[in-house]
Design a protein around this ligand. Sequence first.
Ligand code: SF4
Ligand code: MG
Length: 323
Amino acid sequence: EPPVLRVKNLEVTYYTDSGRAKALDDVSFSLSAGEKMGMVGESGSGKSTMALAMMRMIKPPGRVEGGSVFIDDVDLMALDPKAMRQARLNKIAYIPQGAMNSLNPVMRIGSQMVDAIKSHAPSESRTAIQDRCMHALKSVDLDSSVFGMYAHELSGGMKQRVCIAIGVLLEPKVIIADEPTSALDVVTQRQVMETIDRVQDEINAAVILIGHDMGLMAQFVDKVGVMYAGRLVEVSTVRDMFTDPKHPYSQALISSLPNLDNKGVFQGIPGLAPSLLRLPSGCAFHPRCTKVMDTCPKVRPEVEYLPDGRMVICHLYDEETEH
Ligand code: SF4
Ligand code: MG
């Protein structure tokens, strides 16, 4: 089965007064229908930029410099603005970080849902719209009475589920949720993840979950992408990532996860995340890498696909012939 989502060579640059920052550098990956991918990495590594670029919502001084985002055989990057507006929510839905705090406080939840449908599928009948809303509320396990409520009448978890319901109103092929569980307590985090799981099963969408809680994510995704300084440096299945991470940064992330030895405390990894304005030469991770070699500061590593299909960007895996 061909992948439903193919992101190829996506590039974003921010043109600031202090210089150019490549916020997304040659990012490529693909996802099949029903597949879930977690995107992890420190803040500023490009996770949200990637989501915004895929939605064509990068604002100046940022600019998408190149690349394509295919959903089936349609390249979102090639659509005219009107077609792109319709593709949002129809083909690809984005639940931004903090979405639940941007629900309109003076509008009933139902009106916000109806508005979302009208602006993306203007030709639907009143009853069809109503049915969609009720169905979406049900699929995120909310009572139909939520339709008539205001945001302040809902708990944080319920608001987040409303945002997911809005995201799936038009049954998109791809859903991107940016930090969907941040600011929620542990129990509610699980519920929100389970809700995403359920709606995804229902519409067989490909889902990208952006987050930094590798542990929580591992229970819900099929594969994990690791971002560092604007590059997607490894893509592996959850099992491979946890048992045998390939990129030294992935290895550091995995070994810093809370476990019995360190009494459940997240260790962080040593060194500071680099400024995108002054990236280290060659491999941007080299100042923090415990496996750094002579070639690392000199030569930019390129994408390697390992025999088992895993993707990694690190000189440790260069083809022998290229040395
Ligand atoms: Fe470390 Fe070199 Fe690999 Fe970069 S390319 S992660 S510095 S070993
Ligand atoms: Mg972010």
